[in-house]
Design a protein around this ligand. Structure first.
Ligand SMILES: Nc1nc2c(ncn2[C@@H]2O[C@H](COP(=O)(O)OP(=O)(O)OP(=O)(O)O)[C@@H](O)[C@H]2O)c(=O)[nH]1
Ligand SMILES: [Mg+2]
Length: 372
């Protein structure tokens, strides 16, 4: 820690004061530097608190900078959705002083085309129309705020995206979804999150349908530095999982992430296979899988709704992840999903890199979407 302050002092000594703010910062820095000298030479050990307070405030500032950076990145990745939704709403409201029937009709059209879906839009507009008729909403700016607040209520009932880990034994997560939505990539990213929080992770290559799928999971395993249980291409996925659960339990893994083959939600036999996999897991390890996570590709828009419905009917989903929110204008689907289903959105994918998976925070998401 002392070294850190010495480095900071060197930078400050060469700095040119350009404002009172910077002069004040200089004064504080030199006070801390003096305290460091006095404490380290034993002159005045009581000034230790000056050093620790400064370290604390620096840590706080770094944290805030980091959060600002993360928020900005989220905002950037939602820019296409923002253009298709919020910017169009802003354009609609431009120069309008009052809310009339025509404005509400146009708003309805914008919300539907931005993938909020018909039911969600009607629900939002019902509330807004009744507020307008009660004279509770008078100008378009207040309407925008009311829209945002109403959308946030769809996420109530699950304000936390956190998954519940079992008290004992491995936390088993089964990842499901249609082809190409980002299941394997998301598994790699989730594994990385757990590893970073100090948990041991095992990946299970139960997508034996495509030879390349096993390889792909192994690459993620290497990238994140975790074990992968795999069998040969074409093996029975249930048997891979059976062996992996034995291995995982005997070695006390904290988290076991199971990759499954992409399947069309409308193909009955493939959904039956998924039910069987779930039964096998529960038989082998009572209570597992603790999380059945459906991955949805946000770029597919409305089709995600029928995917969520059919996967939920087949296996009972406990969580959702929406991927590829970067670069799509269809991000309104997040609002639609939260309106139509009572399944928590755990994560959102905003890019292909390891760190491009965010814990889903409804408030932050809506703020980023509506921010100017
Ligand atoms: N831009 C972007 N690309 C993503 C994101 N998540 C996944 N992808 C990309 O989507 C493609 C498909 O990802 P996979 O992880 O292979 O998808 P999958 O669901 O496992 O596919 P199958 O196993 O074939 O069903 C890859 O090119 C990923 O890099 C995301 O959040 N943003
Ligand atoms: Mg895959």
């Amino acid at each position: 820690m002392l070294g850190w302050f010495k480095k900071k002092k060197t930078i400050k000594e060469n700095a040119i004061p350009v404002s009172d703010g910077i002069l004040e910062e200089e004064r504080q820095t030199s006070e801390v530097a003096e305290a460091v000298t006095e404490v380290s030479s034993g002159l005045d050990p009581s000034r230790e608190n000056v050093i620790s307070e400064a370290a604390e405030s620096e840590e706080q500032a770094l944290k805030q900078d980091n959060q600002k950076g993360l928020f900005k990145r989220l905002q950037e990745s939602l820019s296409k959705t923002r253009d298709s939704l919020v910017s169009r709403v802003d354009d609609l409201f431009l120069g309008r002083k009052e809310i009339d029937a025509k404005l509400l009709d146009e708003l309805e059209e914008i919300l539907i085309t931005a993938d909020l879906g018909v039911n969600t839009t009607l629900d939002l507009l019902d509330e807004i129309r009744s507020k307008v008729s009660r004279q509770e909403l008078k100008d378009p700016q207040a309407l925008k705020l009311a829209l945002k607040e109403r959308i946030l209520t769809f996420f109530e009932g699950y304000d936390t995206a956190e998954m519940k880990m079992p008290e004992k034994g491995p936390f088993v997560i089964m990842v499901v979804g249609v082809n190409g939505v980002g299941k394997t990539t998301t598994i790699g990213k989730i594994a990385n999150k757990f590893v970073r929080s100090g948990q041991s992770v095992l990946l299970v290559a139960a997508d034996t349908f495509r030879a390349a799928a096993i390889e792909q999971l192994k690459v993620w395993g290497e990238r994140v530095g975790v074990d992968v249980v795999a069998k040969e291409y074409g093996a029975d996925p249930s048997s891979v999982i059976y062996d992996a659960l034995d291995y995982g339990a005997s070695r006390d893994f904290d988290v076991i992430l199971i990759d499954t083959a992409g399947r069309l939600h409308t193909k009955v036999n493939l959904m039956e296979e998924l039910k069987k996999i779930k039964r096998v897991i529960d038989k082998k390890m009572a209570g597992a899988p603790h999380e059945i996570m459906l991955i949805l590709d946000a770029t597919t828009g409305q089709n995600s709704i029928s995917q969520a419905k059919l996967f939920n009917e087949a296996v009972g989903l406990t969580g959702l992840t929406l991927t590829k929110l970067d670069g799509t204008a269809k991000g309104g689907i997040v609002v639609n999903i939260s309106h139509d289903f009572n399944i928590p959105i755990r994560f959102i994918g905003i890019g292909e890199k390891l760190e491009d998976l965010r814990d889903f925070d409804p408030k932050e998401f809506i703020e980023a979407l509506f921010a100017n």
